[in-house]
Design a protein around this ligand. Structure first.
Ligand code: SUG
Length: 457
């Protein structure tokens, strides 16, 4: 068998692309996210899908201008009429929507949810450098903890297969069986540490529940979304070297405080792990395992630990300080991308000032207004899926998804032309919204060079 590391020359040149989810035209606040305090708090409030999409595009443009490899993934076609048909609603499209609205408004919100924008939950991704077959692996997340998200994965797999289409370079698996005890929420509970993107990585899988666990008998406020056997299955599917993988349990206290994904309380990038002291059940055990594996992979891990006196767990959840993106700009300077909310709270602002002071581990703090997404519990890190690609893998992608000034301009014009600037859940019963969205998505497939993609959806 060929040595998977024969491609070491190519993979040494690999770069990390942030694929951001383009916010779909049906973005609204339905309060559907379990354990997600922002989503629950904003249920039923007025959303602005146009502003949401433009805020996402602004972040992509700013990072692209810093020389950070940036790409975009299309939204899933919504409403999901197939789902409504499965539930027994019959007739033409308008009749199906009207019946679903009458049965329960939340069914319509489920079918129309734009939740695919949070592509950190689209899939778990392992780069070729870590996989025994030298291919980039994707496992779409089954998202079985929430009805509106559990219906994403067939369409997500289709999107990933359309973009990462070359079977010699990419493998897009099917999602794991969709059962609560095998819940998988994708890259939001996974991070990869490495000295450089194309180098050997250490992959950290974080889970909140045990598939076959008896539980501790304590009543919890929120259920975990990610389960250990799901994380282990993804590591096997991706053909990872077990000596380069760590499984860690999320603290139940954090989940109860609203940390429904680990990326709300920790973020890793290259040799750095930023985390809150309340993130993990066994912090010391995790750090020991990581130190040993990172050393074996040829680098020393830099940990940035935030304790509760610096930033309380509740402030971490309200500001999304840890849902930040750690990045390197063109010159290799470390940057942190945070939502505006972080600068509005004294504790998180002070922490950011301390790490970005001269001589600190971060050279610049970039803050973005992502309020539309934040109201549904999605910060900067939720909006992106990291994919490490070498030059030939990137060149094999035919879709027009790599960010540029021109793509930004085209997408901005498209959003301004087709998106509403006001949406409440009640509006979803309006059949003209369905027509508007269908028309818009047919144009999007032309912009992104994905011919026929939405015609078949
Ligand atoms: O799954 N919100 C999403 C937010 C996902 C954030 N992603 C990461 N942390 N990576 C969720 O809870 C809210 C939808 C609504 O309320 O309409 C929602 O699905």
């Amino acid at each position: 068998m060929a040595d998977p590391h024969d491609n070491i020359g190519a993979s040494a040149q690999a770069r990390e692309f942030n694929f951001d989810g383009l916010v779909g035209p049906s973005h609204h606040h339905a309060g559907l996210g379990s354990g997600n305090v922002a989503s629950m708090r904003h249920s039923g409030t007025v959303s602005n899908p146009r502003l949401a999409a433009l805020q996402g595009l602004e972040k992509m443009l700013a990072l692209h201008r810093r020389g950070i490899p940036q790409a975009v993934l299309p939204p899933l076609a919504r409403p999901n009429l197939r789902f409504l048909w499965q539930l027994g609603f019959r007739g033409d499209d308008a009749a199906v929507l009207a019946q679903a609205a009458r049965a329960d408004q939340r069914l319509l919100s489920t079918a129309y949810s734009a939740s695919s924008m949070w592509v950190a939950n689209a899939a778990t991704v392992s780069p070729a450098a870590d996989s025994a077959d030298g291919k980039v692996h994707f496992t779409p997340a089954n998202l079985s903890a929430n009805l509106h998200r559990s219906i994403e994965h067939p369409d997500t797999a289709r999107t990933l297969r359309a973009v990462f289409a070359d079977p010699d370079r990419f493998i897009v698996h099917d999602a794991l069986p969709c059962a609560p005890s095998l819940g998988d929420e994708g890259a939001a509970n996974h991070t990869r540490l490495a000295a450089y993107h194309g180098g050997p990585g250490v992959q950290v899988f974080v889970y909140g529940g045990e598939t076959f666990g008896a539980g501790d008998g304590k009543r919890r406020r929120f259920d975990p979304r990610q389960y250990d056997e799901a994380s282990r299955a993804v590591a096997r599917l991706h053909r990872l070297d077990p000596s380069r993988v760590v499984f860690a349990r999320q603290s139940a206290k954090a989940i109860d405080a609203g940390v429904f994904h680990n990326d709300v309380i920790a973020v890793g990038h290259l040799d750095t792990l930023l985390y809150h002291e309340a993130a993990f059940e066994d912090e010391a055990g995790l750090l020991e395992a990581l130190a040993q594996r990172c050393e074996a992979a040829g680098f020393r891990l830099l940990t940035l630990r935030v304790d509760a006196r610096q930033v309380s767990l509740d402030d971490a959840v309200s500001t999304y300080l840890f849902n930040s993106q750690l990045l390197r700009d063109e010159e290799g300077r470390p940057l942190i991308v945070v939502p505006h909310e972080c600068l509005e709270f004294a504790a998180s602002r002070r922490y950011l000032e301390s790490i970005s002071a001269p001589g600190g581990p971060v050279s610049e703090v970039l803050s973005f207004d992502l309020r539309e997404s934040m109201r549904n519990g999605g910060g900067p890190a939720c909006l992106r899926l990291r994919v490490v690609l070498d030059a030939s893998q990137a060149a094999s992608i035919r879709a027009n998804v790599f960010f540029s000034e021109a793509l930004h301009a085209e997408l901005t014009e498209w959003v301004c032309q087709h998106y509403r600037d006001r949406l409440v859940p009640h509006d979803l019963a309006d059949p003209s919204l369905l027509d508007e969205i269908r028309f818009a998505l047919r144009e999007l497939e032309t912009i992104l060079a994905l011919p026929g993609f939405f015609a078949e959806a």
